[in-house]
Write a protein of this length. Structure first.
Length: 421
């Protein structure tokens, strides 16, 4: 049977950027267990032991009672643990505190975002260009709201101020804004007083901020002596009134992507709504893993893990970014956060000066990268012109230093060969 057979009633569903490049690599023999491949396209951090990190949790005991379904919003105990962690990290001494009723568990980041998207009404929802590839189909599938793109400019270092936010909300009639912070792929971070002003604008103009904080423990611009984390939860005045909805989980910040355990934190009314959406979308997450995860939410465990991430990944970030710059892969700004470098390849010799061309040539060297055009979030492909980001690639320093060094050596040889003609 041909691969292009059409089956009645089904449409072609596009793959996200990471899934696309991984699929193409698999066709060329890639296997995650093959040490000869360098996966710089991966959206996950290395998951093994790190110096100074707590021991990895590698066994899970399952109680007989946990063979049953979990509540759609998650077990009460872990919801309390997550709320308590936010209060300790970001809200000490503040009169309004998160409770279990402000938390909803889900089975993965996309599930959490999908629940939120399914819960939106007939509103204008803003989103940035570039941003996380999976937003594209998410913003297209649900038809109640209208997705409004907001262009960020590399020439400005992807800066977007609270005054820009105010202008966009008022001018475009936004009722909500979805974005990743720090941004996947650019690494741009809104933090400190500026993030507080964003929350203030959202509160004043009644625009809900839907903030993907999955990389919020990978912060490279924090204040010395302070835990390198950031969250809009720090700047919320009333947890049940301020229109701030946060998404996070074990995928990146705890380095347990295979657990598929994430959460939404926000006003109680929002949590009730997204839990209702979850009841028909996905039915809830894994009960045994939720139970097993509770010890990982203790403050001392989180602090130790975050410091270990910062030590190891900061070194990788600095070396990886510096070496790429020397190879001619430029950045509009060094990443403030995440474990990605958003590289401009336009100065490389053809065909490497195009994101897709770079991707295909790198595959031949057993290196996986993600072309920048996947981050040009374009729901329904309504914008037909070539992508502004076709000369960019996203390169991950999530893998181990050994893998990064191997990949950098191969990239150097690849660029040299094409430079010689």
């Amino acid at each position: 049977m041909s691969d292009d057979v059409t089956i009645p009633a089904f449409r072609a569903v596009p793959r996200t950027g990471v899934i696309y490049v991984t699929t193409e690599a698999t066709r060329r023999g890639y296997r995650s267990s093959d040490p000869d491949w360098c996966n710089l396209g991966q959206g996950q951090p290395e998951t093994g032991d790190l110096p100074g990190a707590p021991p990895r949790l590698n066994t899970v005991s399952i109680d007989v009672a946990d063979m049953e379904y979990a509540p759609v919003a998650g077990l009460w105990d872990i919801r309390e643990a997550i709320a308590g962690l936010y209060n300790r990290l970001y809200r000490r001494g503040m009169p309004s505190q998160y409770s279990a009723e402000n938390v909803c568990l889900s089975g993965g980041g996309r599930a959490a975002l999908t629940r939120a998207a399914a819960s939106l009404g007939s509103v204008n929802l803003g989103h940035f260009l570039p941003d996380y590839t999976a937003y594209e189909e998410l913003l297209d599938v649900f038809k109640a709201f209208t997705a409004i793109p907001i262009l960020l400019e590399g020439e400005r270092g992807y800066t977007f101020t609270h005054e820009d936010l105010r202008r966009e909300v008022q001018g475009r009639g936004l009722s909500a804004l979805l974005f990743s912070n720090p941004c996947n792929p650019t690494g741009k971070l809104v933090q400190g007083d500026e993030l507080a002003r964003w929350v203030g604008v959202a509160r004043e103009l009644e625009c809900t901020l839907l903030i993907d904080e999955f990389y919020s423990h990978y912060i490279w611009t924090g204040r010395p002596g302070h835990l390198p984390v950031e969250s809009a939860a720090r700047y919320v005045e009333d947890v049940n009134r301020d229109p701030i909805v946060l998404f996070d989980g074990f995928t990146k910040n705890w380095r347990y992507p295979g657990w598929r355990m994430t959460w939404t934190v926000g006003p109680r009314q929002v949590i009730d709504t997204v839990a209702s959406a979850g009841s028909f979308l996905d039915g809830g997450g894994s009960r045994p893993l939720q139970r097993a995860a509770i010890p990982l939410l203790q403050e001392d465990v989180v602090v130790a893990e975050t410091h270990a991430i910062h030590t190891t990944f900061r070194e990788k970030r600095d070396r990886f970014h510096s070496r790429l710059e020397r190879l001619g892969i430029r950045t509009d700004r060094a990443p403030d956060g995440t474990f990605y470098v958003w590289g401009n390849v336009s100065g490389l010799p053809a065909p490497l000066n195009d994101g897709m061309g770079f991707f295909r040539a790198a595959l031949e060297e057993k290196i996986i990268a993600v072309p920048g055009e996947f981050f040009d979030v374009n729901p329904g492909k309504r914008r037909a012109r070539p992508s502004r980001f076709r000369n960019y690639v996203r390169l991950s320093f999530g893998p181990s230093m050994e893998v990064l060094e191997k990949a950098l050596g191969r990239l150097e040889n690849l660029i040299l060969r094409h430079s010689r003609g």
